[in-house]
Design a protein around this ligand. Sequence first.
Ligand code: MLT
Length: 266
Amino acid sequence: MRNKISARGTISFDDVGSGQPIVLLHAFPLSRVMWAPQLEAFQSSYRVIALDLRGFGGSVAFAETPSLDRMADDVADLLDELQIRERIVLGGLSMGGYVAFAFVRRHADRLRGLILADTKVEADNTEGKANRDRLIAFAAQHTGRDVLEQMLPKLVGPETMEQRPEVVESIRQIAASQTSAGIIGALRAMRDRPDSVPSLAAIAVPTLVMVGEQDALTPPSLAETLAARIRGAKLVRIAGSGHLANLEKPAEFNAAVRSFLVELKA
Ligand code: MLT
């Protein structure tokens, strides 16, 4: 069903289809709406749950110190509420990937497989943290759409920017619905996130790493190191895509996910 809200009233989510559960975690500063092409593609064969991370879409903002751990625990709490006891395939893009690493640290026994798209495992360095602080100050005075405009040149690839204005516009629309409080909470959580490199050795499930070849935020070199550090991980590069590969090249993105899921079943 579309547009549900968790029993505690904290997390909004879509829950469509039936079969092996796949849970999708969105990028910053977007919401679960970005997964529309994947809900469409996979709901006939799988149960697909796309949720709004804390502070985004219809989910409540952080009441306590913002953390990716809290976001990961929200995912586990939602699985409990939905009585999903079988192991899930967890997919995260960029910030969603950071939350997936937190989930690996805290709830690894609930995983059947991992999809890590356009993300990185390293914590922010000093310059990265200073950039977060600058964007926090900006977000306090501006809208979600303004924040998006600051990021846009790096968020989508040149091909999408030139040839697919409707995709860029839909990304703008999603960001425009996000609140300053949600955006600032996520920036603080990302700024303060730990290095997840030590957790990678513990990943014992099949893992698909994906990256847009024109990703300027988490470039292919980072995806290569990430895939090399996870036992048996498969790396797929998406040609002609920037950072938001699931939206920029949905057919190619979905084809890679589909063949990963089929191999998981085998
Ligand atoms: C995202 O796409 O989620 C962000 O670019 C992640 C980040 O700012 O580190």
